[in-house]
Design a protein around this ligand. Structure first.
Ligand SMILES: *Cc1c(COP(=O)(O)O)cnc(C)c1O
Length: 360
C-alpha cells in the first residue's frame, strides 16, 4: 500500500523553483528569494553571518527576544553593535532610528523585527525603511510573525534581507523558511571573506549553485514534506486572498483587545496603542497579584485546544499571549479564549463580565 507521506515522487527542481516564485509573489518582490531548508532561524542567522563581520557597525533594535539573539550573532561575527532597546509595550519609531543613525554615522547595518509574536508589538517598517535608505545602511528584517498578518513589502520599503517563515499567520509548516535578498546584500556577502561558504548557513551557496546556475539542480535533497506543505499553504492563501487573510488577523487582534477590556477583572492589552499592536498575536497584561502562567494553565485546563500561552522568560508572570494566527484568526476562537481566561480569572477571585465578551 502506498503511504501518503512516505511514498512520494522526488520533488523536482522545477517544482521547487515554482514554490520560490510564489513566495516572491507573496512578498511582491523582484529580489531573489531563497527557500532555506530549515526553520526561520536558519536564514535569520545565515543572513547575518553572510553580511556582517569585523568592520560592520550594526544598529540592533530590540523590541522582543529575537532582537537580543540577533545582537549576539552580530557580536559573534565581529561586528560593532549598537543596541536600541525599546519597552515591550510599545514600538520603535522612525525618529528614534534617525537619531541613532545621526549619532553614529558609521552604522552600515540595521536589524529590526517587524512584528513580535512573543511580545505582541509591531514596528512601522515603511517609515523606518525610508530613514535607513537615506542613511545607506543595509536593512535586515525579521518578518516571520508579520507575513500573512499585515503587509510585508521588501521592495517598497528598501529591505535588503527579508526573512519569513510559514508557521505563524500563513498557517503553514515550520520546517522551511525563506529570505529575499537584494543586489546590495549579495554584493556585501560576496565581499565578506567570513560569509559562510559550503555550509548549511550559506546563502551564497544557493546563489552560486542554484540561482546563478539557472535553478536546475538542488544543492541537496530538499525537505520534501515541508516543501509540499509550504506549497499547499501558499495555495490556500492565494485562494482566500492575502488581503482577506490579513483582515482576519487584524479583526482577531481588535476583537481580543476589545474583549479583554469588556471582560474587566484587571486584564489589559499589553501593548498600549492599538496601532503598535501586532495583528498576528495579542498580548495581555494580568492584574497585579495574578500570575500569568497560572492563569493560562487554568484556562487551558478548561479547554486544552486554545491558542493561549504565557509570556516567555521574565514575562511569564505578567503576560498572556493569545496566538490567534493562521487558521486560529477567527472571531469564535477569540471569544473562546477570552471566555476561558475570564472563567479562570473568576476562579482566582476577580470580578469579570463574561457577557461583556459575548456582546463584543
Ligand atoms: C516565531 C518567530 C520566529 C521563529 O521562531 P520560532 O519560535 O522557532 O517559531 C522568528 N522571529 C519572530 C519575530 C517570530 O515571532
Amino acid at each position: 500500500m502506498t503511504h501518503p507521506f512516505l511514498d512520494l515522487a522526488p520533488l523536482s527542481a522545477e517544482r521547487f523553483a515554482s514554490i520560490e516564485e510564489r513566495v516572491a509573489r507573496l512578498l511582491a518582490t523582484e529580489q531573489d528569494v531563497v527557500i532555506m531548508q530549515g526553520e526561520a532561524l536558519l536564514p535569520l542567522e545565515g543572513a547575518i553571518r553572510g553580511t556582517a563581520g569585523p568592520g560592520t557597525t550594526a544598529l540592533n533594535v530590540i523590541t522582543g527576544p529575537y532582537g537580543q539573539t540577533f545582537g549576539d550573532w552580530l557580536r559573534d561575527c565581529g561586528a560593532e553593535v549598537i543596541d536600541l532597546p525599546v519597552p515591550f509595550h510599545t514600538a520603535v519609531t522612525a525618529a528614534q532610528i534617525a537619531d541613532a543613525l545621526a549619532e553614529h554615522p558609521e552604522i552600515d547595518f540595521v536589524s529590526l523585527v517587524h512584528a513580535e509574536a512573543a511580545t505582541g508589538n509591531t514596528n512601522p517598517v515603511a517609515e523606518i525603511g525610508e530613514v535607513v535608505r537615506r542613511h545607506g545602511a543595509l536593512f535586515y528584517l525579521d518578518a516571520v510573525a508579520s507575513i500573512g498578518a499585515e503587509p510585508v513589502l521588501p521592495d517598497a520599503w528598501g529591505v535588503d534581507l527579508c526573512v519569513i517563515g510559514a508557521q505563524k499567520a500563513m498557517g503553514g509548516p515550520a520546517g522551511v523558511s525563506a529570505v529575499s535578498v537584494s543586489e546590495r546584500a549579495w554584493a556585501r556577502m560576496a565581499a565578506n571573506p567570513r560569509a559562510p561558504r559550503r555550509s548549511y548557513l550559506s546563502l551564497l551557496d544557493w546563489k552560486e549553485r542554484w540561482i546563478d546556475a539557472g535553478r536546475r539542480a538542488l544543492l541537496h535533497a530538499p525537505a520534501q514534506l515541508e516543501m509540499l506543505a509550504l506549497e499547499a499553504c501558499l495555495a490556500r492563501i492565494e485562494e482566500e486572498g492575502l488581503d482577506s487573510v490579513m483582515t482576519r488577523h487584524a479583526s482577531a487582534a481588535a476583537a481580543t483587545r476589545a474583549g479583554a477590556v469588556a471582560l474587566g477583572g484587571g486584564l489589559e492589552p499589553y501593548v498600549h496603542k492599538a496601532t503598535e499592536a501586532a495583528p498576528v498575536a495579542t498580548t495581555l497584561r494580568t492584574p497585579s497579584g495574578v500570575d500569568a502562567s497560572a492563569l493560562v494553565a487554568k484556562a487551558l485546563s478548561l479547554n486544552p485546544e486554545l491558542p493561549l500561552a504565557a509570556g516567555g522568560g521574565t514575562l511569564s508572570g505578567e503576560m498572556i499571549r493569545v496566538n490567534h494566527y493562521g487558521p486560529a484568526a477567527r472571531p469564535d476562537l477569540v471569544e473562546s479564549c477570552l471566555t476561558a481566561l475570564g472563567t479562570a480569572l473568576g476562579e482566582f477571585g476577580a470580578r469579570v463580565d463574561l457577557e461583556g465578551v459575548r456582546r463584543q
